[in-house]
Ligand binder design. Structure first.
Ligand code: ADP
Ligand code: MG
Length: 701
């Protein structure tokens, strides 16, 4: 009932005409009463505190003052034109300044009348000024329903230019509360409220807009953050459950001869605890009735390949085929080469299929797949072609997931009457909270431990002025028989410029490291795939000592003898990219190095990125810093931004709350998958409405 009132278009609220309504829609996405109720303040100001004008300090962030305007004047010409009002209290004066909307404002300002003024002050030519202040007549301020703790709402420049100030927004919210009478339906169950010490929805909404005191404000924020995260998680967990109940997977009941034979007699090393745990999780999935849909995260070098192989053996032991798909030909070949000897030891048939496979071998592969005597197919996108048909594909593994789209994944699915189990492997660590929010409908496994005995890659940050020393170091390493990567950034907006940077760099390196003593490979995006592969192969075979490249070498390539990674203009790379690039070295027995070259001029974020790289080699720790620097939207791209556009909670700051919300979402759905029990009625209602009113909460895409 109340929910229906809340769906009233915003145009019908007192104080909102057609103009304001369209501004609210376009600027803040507020279409209905409901949307305005959920316009949560960004922050709050204690409005019981007034500053004296002679007590302003240079770094006062925002201040509230009481006084009168004694003079109004227009200053400057044309674009520099502004409206200035002298504002005084008993102790001093400041200038109030408007650069926009001057005519409108000038008509409304009252001289010699008490105002409460609020805003940021700047010191300019020895006088404090406050641009575009929030102001209210003292008499109105005293009458106002709002409490001492003043909410500051999200706004935009356009809104404030058009005279919709924070004050106006507060007023609108006030009108709204008067209109709907503060009777908001509860959306969580008593059980959840009780267990987590949450205040009611009604109290929470009231106190988020009109906090009675700091304690109630904190309770309101906690409750609303929980609710926001809870319903996102409820949706994700629900999707996952539906998926599991609707989509039957192949049941791999036996862990049979191949797996045991390999595990007991051919394992080249002892598995780490993390690898064992993940294998168990995968076995659990494939041994249940549901189709596996699992994301495996593990830093570069954490040993995902062996986990993939063990999983494939389980499929084979149950008379199914398996496939492993990589984003590039080089990677596919590498996988093939590392799996082949293990397969040979077990008498398992494996083949490689890429774009450059010859027709004859293709034919053989096609018939082997359809006949069922080919057990494992490793390859690139070529596997997705319609001609490639399996007899019974039981497990599909996709390496380096971010290079494949969802559409391609679903193509793999349709290679069968029923979908195979799917394992997606990625070396790009995603912070747990982010993964929970974005991939919450997938199950997630993490290898959070590197095999023992790895040497830590020594990482340093050097300025361009030290280049000669760096060249000297390269020379020494090459003398020892090592190989070196030198990577240049690639920025899409100006391919020509990138190319020029790369070529200039290449020329100076070629001068510094001349033939015939040195051989240099170069790989970049404008080369043909076959030429790229040719150069990569030369480097791989050790025929060249230096590989000059753009970021094309980022993913997966394994050259154990390469021990130095030089990253040019490192400030232009993101953290996760730097970490990925560094992962190209440190694959052999030798001590490896990563040198981050930058110019002297570095912004704060760039500095943090360099420091983080030098300090840490933990992909998850680096990903956390990245998340803080860039925010979730930038990291995941716009695709998932719907899930990440939170109204009040923060994926970065409310980690613990996110886990709590997920736990409760799981608990509720486990107990009552249809949300049909009476105690879950409020949750059910809210959940249903989330589907019904698309814009009720922004984050429901
Ligand atoms: P990634 O996760 O990057 O794909 P790989 O599977 O290629 O990592 O493994 C990296 C290297 O570590 C390989 O040479 C592999 O043989 C080795 N390796 C993997 N697991 C272990 C382990 N438990 N003990 C020792 N070496 C291991
Ligand atoms: Mg790998």
């Amino acid at each position: 009932m109340v929910q229906d009132v809340l769906q009233t278009p915003i145009d019908y609220l007192k104080g909102v005409g057609p103009n304001r309504a369209s501004l609210l829609r376009s600027e803040l996405g507020i279409h209905t009463f409901q949307d305005l109720i959920h316009l949560f303040p960004n922050r709050y100001i204690d409005r019981t505190q007034f500053y004296k004008l002679n007590a302003l300090e240079q770094n006062n962030a925002e201040v509230q003052v009481i006084g009168q305007i004694t003079e109004i004047r227009e200053v400057g010409q044309q674009r520099g034109k502004r409206l200035v009002a002298t504002f005084r209290d008993s102790t001093g004066k400041i200038d109030l300044v408007w650069f926009r909307g001057q005519k409108w404002i000038k008509e409304r300002l009252k001289l010699h009348t008490d105002y409460v003024v609020f805003g940021k002050t700047n010191l300019f030519n020895g006088v404090f000024n406050m641009p575009h202040p929030d102001m209210e007549l003292k008499t109105d301020f005293d009458k106002s329903l709002s409490s001492a703790i003043q909410p500051i709402y999200p706004s935009t420049e356009k809104l404030s230019n058009r005279g919709i100030s924070n004050r106006s927004l507060s007023k609108l919210v006030e009108h709204l509360f008067q209109h709907v009478g503060n009777s908001f339906d509860e959306s969580l169950s008593d059980e959840i409220l009780m267990h987590n010490g949450l205040i009611s929805k009604k109290d929470a909404l009231t106190n988020i807009h009109f906090p009675k005191n700091q304690k109630l404000l904190a309770s309101a924020q906690f409750r609303l953050k929980f609710e926001e995260l809870f319903f996102i998680q409820l949706q994700l967990v629900y999707k996952n459950l539906i998926h599991k109940s609707k989509i039957k997977g192949f049941l791999f009941e036996t862990v049979g001869t191949h797996f045991n034979e390999f595990y007991n007699n051919h394992l080249p090393f002892t598995l780490t605890a993390a690898q064992k745990r993940v294998v168990k999780e995968i076995r659990g999935d494939m041994g249940s009735n549901a189709q596996m849909n699992r994301l495996l995260q593990g830093d570069v070098g954490s040993g995902k390949t062996i986990v993939a192989f063990l999983s494939m053996l389980i499929a084979i032991d149950n008379n199914f085929q398996a496939t492993l798909m990589a984003p590039t030909e080089i990677l596919a070949i590498q996988h093939y080469n590392s799996l082949k000897p293990m397969c040979a030891a077990l008498g398992i048939n494996i083949a490689l299929l890429t774009g450059s496979s010859k027709t004859a071998s293709r034919k053989e592969i096609h018939s082997g797949l359809e006949g069922g005597n080919l057990n494992i197919l490793v390859g690139t996108h070529a596997i997705l072609e319609d001609k490639v048909k399996f007899k019974n594909l039981g497990l599909a593994i996709i390496d380096e997931q971010h290079r494949f789209g969802v559409a391609q994944r679903s193509k793999l699915w349709h290679k069968n009457t029923s979908p195979p189990h799917v394992l997606v492997m990625t070396a790009t660590p995603i912070p747990r909270t982010l993964a929970m929010s974005v991939y919450g409908d997938l199950d997630i496994s993490v290898i959070d431990e590197l095999p023992p005995g790895r040497k830590r890659i020594k990482t340093v940050h050097r300025y361009d002025s030290n280049r000669l020393k760096v060249f000297g170091f390269i020379r020494e390493e090459i003398k020892k028989g090592r190989q070196v990567y030198i990577v240049y950034p690639l920025i899409n907006e100006s391919q020509k410029l990138d190319f020029k940077d790369l070529m200039d760099g290449y020329e100076s390196i070629a001068r510094e490291f001349p033939m015939p003593n040195y051989q240099i490979s170069i790989v970049h995006g404008q080369m043909k795939a076959t030429d790229k592969d040719f150069e990569m192969q030369r480097f791989l075979k050790g025929e060249t000592q230096i590989m000059v490249a753009t970021t094309v070498i980022e993913v997966g390539v394994n050259v154990p003898n390469a021990s130095v990674m030089i990253i040019e203009s490192a400030e232009r790379f993101g953290l996760s990219q730097l970490h990925q690039l560094r992962g190209r070295v440190g694959r052999g027995a030798e001590q490896s190095y990563c040198i981050l070259m930058t110019s002297h001029k570095l912004g704060n974020d760039s500095k943090t990125r360099m420091e983080t790289m030098v300090r840490s080699s933990d992909g998850f720790e680096i990903a956390e810093v990245d998340l803080k620097l860039r925010g979730p939207g930038d990291i995941m791209g716009t695709q998932q931004s719907g899930v990440l556009r939170l109204k009040i909670a923060s994926i970065v700051q409310d980690k613990a709350l996110l886990s709590l919300a997920r736990t409760w979402a799981k608990k509720v759905l486990k107990e009552d998958p249809k949300l049909s029990s009476p105690k879950h009625l409020p949750i059910n209602k809210t959940y249903t409405q989330m589907g019904k009113y698309k814009n009720m909460w922004n984050y429901i895409s």
